[in-house]
Each structure stands twice: as structure tokens, then as C-alpha cells.
Ligand binder design. Structure first.
Ligand SMILES: CSC[C@H]1O[C@@H](n2cnc3c(O)ncnc32)[C@H](O)[C@@H]1O
Ligand SMILES: [Zn+2]
Length: 445
């Protein structure tokens, strides 16, 4: 007797399924079923013979894997891509970026910049991103309309911006937004104090108290450069990570972004605290900030996610290139070709990132019952043939253009390489207007 027929929305029959599970399996001859928002099953293809599906996709040259998690960025800064290149962090921020933000950032800038970023991210296989930027309410609307999943880190910074007078107002506006968005399934709101050098200590203390009370994650730029660490030691007599620890801001809800300048004591403290590290190798390399010792962090048991940072310092939001860079940089830095193999780079870009954002019960791996956030990647082209090992192709040979399909919560956001929720013609016209305004302002300034 045949098993009872199941009814699902979509059945996908790919060449490979890479679930990103602890066993590190690569499944061949398997199918994946989506019902509603969830993954209904991963099962041998022959067992789907009697299943009913509204849609069936035959993808024999494709790998299906969890959607990528871009665990740190500033989406609207895509409008500043290529605005100021080839500078190191502090001159870049102080002389180029902060003045440009003071002149141009508005709710509409963020709406258009975030939509540009989301279009790029979906095309490149990202299904969840973390964002730390002004006017997060505008980014939330883009997330809502595009169907993406997002961690919104409320931007908290100690100087006046177009969005808020000071860090205190950032916190109160952020909490109001959190209240407004509390029923949104695909958006989580967390605290995003910019850095220990830009947020006054009393405001960091308030973030620590509120984060503990509300059980909210905190994402912060930390130890981005050796200069940041040196300045903290000179001015406050302690390293930034020690300030977080003293203020009660270092724990399993903390997401430390960058972490390039780390001694053994810093690594031991991180590991003991349960804090997560978000590695942003391309931004670190472009700004000559330093590099994160991912192999030592892994050895110490620290969970790692991967992020692009903003397109103004990357200059893209491409998680395939970020995985590629992370894997190569780890080898160069350590002098050990076995550092960060392809499976580890993919883990950082999926389950590691999801865990850092506190979302690993819902996303980050392909398991029945989890949200159906997944992508299909075509490995049939000349640049990814032959396929001895699909993980190798994904990390060392793909450049993101091989992504053909993407689903978030079961909804297709990319089908046959076409965006389903974003009108790129209209968007491009708005982006061109911003380019004119920003470039015009700069030449007349
Ligand atoms: C408080 S909103 C975010 C704030 O961060 C700035 N920013 C962008 N990239 C970086 C980076 O690599 N390190 C530190 N700060 C960065 C961005 O321009 C906004 O002002
Ligand atoms: Zn950043």
C-alpha cells in the first residue's frame, strides 16, 4: 500500500540539497516541500510520487540551501556606494560619510536606499539582513513591501542627526518603533548603539538596563580598528570590550561587529560571555581596518556570523563574495590553508548568522518546521562546472549571479532571476535623482 498523499504548495527537486545541519550533509536525490510559510519536509524524491503540489520545480543543476543571512549592514548607504573610496575608517567617516549623511539623509533617502539594497540582496541570495541606520521606520516599510526578513538595530549615536537629537532620543524613538512593529513576523527590533566611541556611557548603561529588562539583543561596532582600541585605552583606561563587560552589555544577546584587534584575553572574555561576532571581511579590508581572527574565535567556541557592512565601504552587499573573501582571508591571515573551509564559511553565512541574531529556531538551516527561507543556485554554468563538491562551488566559484530563486516564509521573492516584489525601473529612476543631488551638492560645496 502506498503512503497517504500529502498536499503542499511547492515541491522542489534539485540536484543537491545543503541543509546546513550538524552532520554537514549534502543530499542528492532528495526533494524539498513548502507548505504555507514553512518547510513541510525534506524527503527522498521517490517518496513524493503521490504528493499533490500546486507547483513543482525541476532544478537538476541547482543546489538548494538556506537563504543567506547578512548579519550586519547599513542598507540605505547603498546610495553612497562609490561616494568615498580608498580611505581608512575615521577619515572616511569624519570627512566624507558623516558630512554627506548630515546633508542628505532623510526618510525618503532611507526608503530609496533601503529598497536599492534589498533588491541587490535578494538577487544575491540574501533572505535575512540586519540593518543599523537612521529612519528605521522607512527601512521597516521596505522590508514589509519586499517580503524580506530583517533585524532592525535601532541606531543609537551621541550626536544630532536628521533622525534624532541625541542618543536618548534614539532610544525612545527606537522603543516606540519596536512597539509599533511587535506583531510583524519578519521584523525583529533590537538595540544598535553605534560604538563605544560615539555613544556616551550613561546611554550605554541605559541600553544595558533596557536590553536586560526586555530581553533584547544589542548589535554594536566593536574593536573595528587597532586605533579604536588604543584611543579607548588612552581615554578611558580600558579596551572597548572591557567597557561593555563593565556596563553589563556583554552577554549571549550581544552581537559584536568587526572584532579585528583581539588579544587572547579578549577572546577568552568573548567566549565566556556567549557573545557573538559578526565578521565583515570586505569592509575591513577596504578600509584597511584590520582582520578578525576567525580561526581563533572558532577554536574558543565563539559563534560567528558574516556581514557585508554598508555598500559605502564594501562596495556591494553580496554574501557569496563575502563568504569567498572570509575563507581566503582566514587562510592568508593564519598561514594555514585549512582555516575556514567552505562548510564553515557557509555556516557563518547561514546558521551562524541566524544564531547571532537569535533567529536560529526559525531560520538558518533547512529543516521541516522551520520557516521556508531558501535559495536555489544554478551550478550548471561553465564557471561552476564540474561539481565535485557543491559546497566548494558555492564558496570558491560562485559570485552570486547563479542565484535563480529565493523564498522567504514560503513566498517567492526571486523567480527565474526576476524580482517579484520590486519595480527596479522605478527604483533606478529615483536612485539616479539621488546621485544627481548628492554629486551636485559635493561639487558646489
Ligand atoms: C548609527 S547609524 C550607523 C552609522 O554608522 C556609520 N557607519 C557605516 N559603516 C561604518 C563602519 O564600518 N564603522 C563605523 N560606523 C559606520 C554610518 O555612516 C552611520 O552614521
Ligand atoms: Zn557597520
Amino acid at each position: 500500500m502506498s503512503p497517504p498523499a500529502e498536499t503542499v504548495d511547492t515541491l522542489i527537486h534539485p540536484g543537491w540539497i545543503i541543509p546546513v545541519n550538524p552532520a554537514g550533509e549534502v543530499l542528492t536525490g532528495y526533494s524539498l516541500a513548502i507548505r504555507g510559510e514553512h518547510i513541510a519536509a525534506l524527503l527522498p524524491r521517490e517518496e513524493t510520487r503521490h504528493w499533490q503540489a500546486d507547483r513543482e520545480l525541476e532544478l537538476p543543476d541547482h543546489a538548494v540551501l538556506p537563504g543567506l543571512v547578512n548579519a550586519h549592514g547599513h542598507a540605505a548607504m547603498s546610495l553612497l556606494r562609490g561616494f568615498a573610496d580608498d580611505r581608512s575608517l575615521m577619515p572616511w567617516l569624519q570627512e566624507d560619510i558623516w558630512p554627506a549623511e548630515a546633508a542628505h539623509v532623510s526618510e525618503q533617502f532611507v526608503a530609496d536606499g533601503a529598497e536599492l539594497a534589498v533588491a541587490e540582496m535578494i538577487r544575491g541570495g540574501t533572505t535575512t539582513f540586519s540593518d543599523m541606520y537612521f529612519f528605521p521606520e522607512a527601512t521597516a516599510r521596505v522590508v514589509q513591501s519586499s517580503g524580506m526578513r530583517c533585524q532592525l538595530a535601532i541606531p543609537i549615536i551621541g550626536f544630532q542627526t536628521a533622525w534624532a537629537r541625541d542618543a536618548r532620543e534614539c532610544i525612545s524613538k527606537g522603543l516606540a518603533l519596536r512597539d509599533e512593529l511587535k506583531h510583524r513576523e519578519r521584523i525583529t527590533v533590537v538595540f544598535g548603539p553605534h560604538a563605544t566611541y560615539t555613544v556616551p556611557e550613561p546611554d550605554l548603561e541605559r541600553v544595558a538596563t533596557l536590553a536586560a529588562e526586555l530581553d533584547l539583543p544589542v548589535q554594536i561596532h566593536l574593536h573595528e580598528t587597532a586605533g579604536e582600541v588604543l584611543q579607548a585605552v588612552e581615554e578611558r583606561g580600558e579596551r572597548p570590550i572591557d567597557s561593555l563587560q563593565r556596563l553589563g552589555l556583554l552577554g549571549p544577546r550581544t552581537q559584536c561587529v568587526h572584532m579585528t584587534d583581539l588579544g587572547e584575553q579578549d577572546i577568552a572574555l568573548l567566549a565566556a560571555s556567549g557573545a557573538h561576532v559578526i565578521h565583515c571581511p570586505q569592509s575591513n579590508m577596504k578600509l584597511a581596518s584590520g582582520s578578525c581572527p576567525v580561526d581563533r574565535l572558532q577554536a574558543a567556541g565563539v559563534n560567528l556570523g558574516l556581514g557585508t557592512d554598508g555598500a559605502a565601504s564594501n562596495n556591494g552587499l553580496n554574501m557569496f563574495l563575502e563568504m569567498h573573501t572570509a575563507a581566503l582571508l582566514a587562510k592568508l591571515r593564519s598561514g594555514d590553508a585549512t582555516a575556514l573551509p567552505a562548510a564553515s564559511a557557509l555556516h557563518m553565512a547561514t546558521l551562524g548568522g541566524a544564531r547571532a541574531l537569535g533567529l536560529d529556531d526559525r531560520i538558518g538551516s533547512l529543516e521541516a518546521g522551520k520557516q521556508a527561507d531558501l535559495i536555489a543556485v544554478d551550478l550548471g554554468g561553465p564557471e561552476t562546472q564540474p561539481v565535485y563538491n557543491p559546497l566548494s562551488q558555492l564558496v570558491y566559484a560562485c559570485n552570486g549571479s547563479q542565484v535563480t530563486h529565493s523564498w522567504v516564509a514560503g513566498r517567492p521573492l526571486l523567480a527565474e532571476r526576476q524580482l517579484t516584489t520590486i519595480d527596479t525601473r522605478a527604483l533606478n529612476a529615483r536612485v539616479t535623482r539621488w546621485q544627481g543631488a548628492i554629486a551636485g551638492h559635493r561639487t558646489t560645496a
